[in-house]
Write a protein that binds this ligand. Structure first.
Ligand code: ATP
Length: 235
């Protein structure tokens, strides 16, 4: 479904991604784990058209999307849930969800999908008229995810959904990622919480200072001494 071939991404002189290649097959949850500053967010931003690779290519459903405009990438079925949530604080929960569908014009479909999001996240249903800026961190993460799903993505890019959330909330969010995946959405999940990410992923890549240093099935990585020492707290 997605094939990243040898991309290099720079911020001015900073070489943030170095010859990165990875693949996501339809139906999978693939996770990209790595420490602070490894380049995880940079990769997602490049996939969703916010940054342009200097070299290499990105193939999505056999089309090259490297350097394409973000809007056309969303239209082709890739949605990005950014790090730090970024909901529209002065708008209600429901208005945020409606905004997620801004490229669609099937009114009935949009209405139905808002109901689907409320089934997935009953918390949001209870708070549909509440201003999003007053939601808890976990609720904002749910809303950011719901908003991205309103675009009906085939591929969902998630940037550190666990960040700053209590363990029980993280568990809930990860259960929902799994459900969404089982219902047909492919997921590329960027995480520092390697433990949680590997527990739901099919396959994984490890990014260190801009380079992929390891890849394999989630099980292989969970058992890897290198991963255990660096990312699983020596468990
Ligand atoms: P974190 O989990 O801390 O967000 P990350 O793995 O997502 O880390 P990135 O945000 O992708 O890391 O950053 C990769 C590298 O690129 C870092 O060295 C960072 O300082 C640098 N970088 C990120 N954004 C910019 C920018 N706008 N301008 C210059 N350098 C940047």
């Amino acid at each position: 479904m997605l094939k990243v071939n040898n991309i290099d991404v720079f911020y001015g002189n900073i070489h943030a991604l170095k010859d990165v290649s990875l693949e996501v097959n339809e139906g999978e949850i693939v996770t990209l784990i790595g420490a602070n500053g490894a380049g995880k967010s940079t990769l997602l931003k490049t996939l969703s058209g916010l940054l342009k690779p200097k070299n290499g290519d990105i193939l999505y459903l056999t089309q090259s999307i490297a350097g394409k405009q973000a809007q056309s990438i969303v239209k082709s079925g890739i949605s990005h849930v950014p790090e730090g949530r970024r909901v529209f604080a002065n708008m209600s929960v429901e208005e945020n969800l409606e905004l997620g569908a801004y490229l669609r014009n099937d009114r009935d479909g949009i209405k139905k999908d808002i109901e689907y999001i409320y089934e997935l996240f009953p918390r949001l249903d209870e708070r549909k008229k509440q201003l999003s800026g007053t939601l808890s961190g976990g609720e904002q993460q749910m809303l950011a995810m719901g908003r991205a799903l309103m675009a009906k993505p085939k591929l969902l890019l998630m940037d550190e959904p666990s960040m700053g959330l209590a363990p029980l909330v993280v568990k809930k969010i990860f259960e929902i990622i799994k459900t969404v995946n089982e219902q047909g959405t492919t997921v590329l999940l960027v995480e520092q919480n390697a433990n949680m990410a590997l527990s739901i992923a099919n396959r994984a890549y490890v990014l260190e200072t801009g380079k992929i240093v390891l890849s394999g099935t989630a099980k292989e990585l969970q058992e890897s001494e290198q991963v255990k020492a660096a990312y699983l707290g020596g468990l």
